[in-house]
Design a binder for this molecule. Structure first.
Ligand code: G3P
Length: 233
């Protein structure tokens, strides 16, 4: 649950940060789902191409495994093509969220989809001004690419901080989805900043759980437990 801000408004309006898996690999998705740790899935053309199967087939299978939002990206770049493709993707399953690139045609399509009740995830966001426009267009999610900004020696988390601050000022209904996550600290910092969602590769999801001191401590407990007389176990 969110907390009340000084104005008595519930913040964040969407509750605790959700974790989505950033993958189109059904074996990873099944494993993560069985751990009970993911609330949804995001895909993109690169992730789908790595699996080498038709997008619609993958989305249908994901929908059978994860009961949460599934982002599937259009590859059309013109408004009419995005609308046509987005409607086809949305028709696959009610959990489908249409992923749209942050372009002029893309935001025009987002506005239309918002009117039609089709959820959207605006992707490839690299500036707070882009995020502001996506929220005004009625995007369901905005995906700032933290890792790719870090990759060019800038501070990806600053972008996330700015977007969360701007969205809080105006109580936008667009959820901030921290994307392009490279390691567990990105997830921790995204939670500290107040992102609504973080989408992470399977490798990072498993890293969140592990700490060497937990493993060492558990081994010591189990070794000491062997010295407890059986009647007191
Ligand atoms: O799927 C969206 C985003 O998380 C991909 O980021 O930088 O790992 O390709 P990246």
């Amino acid at each position: 649950m969110g907390r009340l801000d000084p104005r008595g408004e519930l913040w964040p309006p969407f509750g605790a940060m959700k974790l989505f898996l950033d993958s189109a690999d059904l074996s990873e998705i099944r494993e993560a789902a069985s751990m009970g740790l993911i609330d949804g899935v995001t895909t993109n053309p690169t992730l789908v191409a790595k699996v080498g199967r038709p997008l619609r087939e993958i989305v249908r299978e994901i929908a059978e495994v994860v009961d949460g939002p599934i982002s599937a990206e259009v590859i059309s770049t013109d408004y009419e093509g995005m609308i046509r493709e987005g409607r086809e993707l949305a028709a696959i399953h009610p959990n489908v969220v249409v992923k749209i690139p942050l372009t002029a045609d893309g935001l025009r399509a987002v506005k239309r989809f918002a009117q039609d009740g089709i959820r959207t995830n605006v992707t490839l966001c690299f500036s707070p001004s882009q995020a502001l426009l996506a929220a005004k267009a009625g995007a369901t999610y905005i995906s700032p690419f933290i890792g790719r900004i870090d990759d060019v020696s800038a501070e990806g988390m600053n972008l996330l901080r700015q977007i969360v601050r701007i969205f809080k000022n105006y109580q936008f209904n667009t959820q901030v989805l921290a994307a392009s996550i490279r390691h567990p600290l990105h997830v921790v910092e995204a939670a500290e900043i107040g992102a609504d969602v973080a989408t992470l590769p399977y490798k990072v999801l498993t890293q969140l759980l592990r700490h060497p001191l937990t493993e060492v401590g558990l081994a010591a407990f189990l070794a000491d437990a062997q010295r407890i007389p059986t009647s007191q176990k």
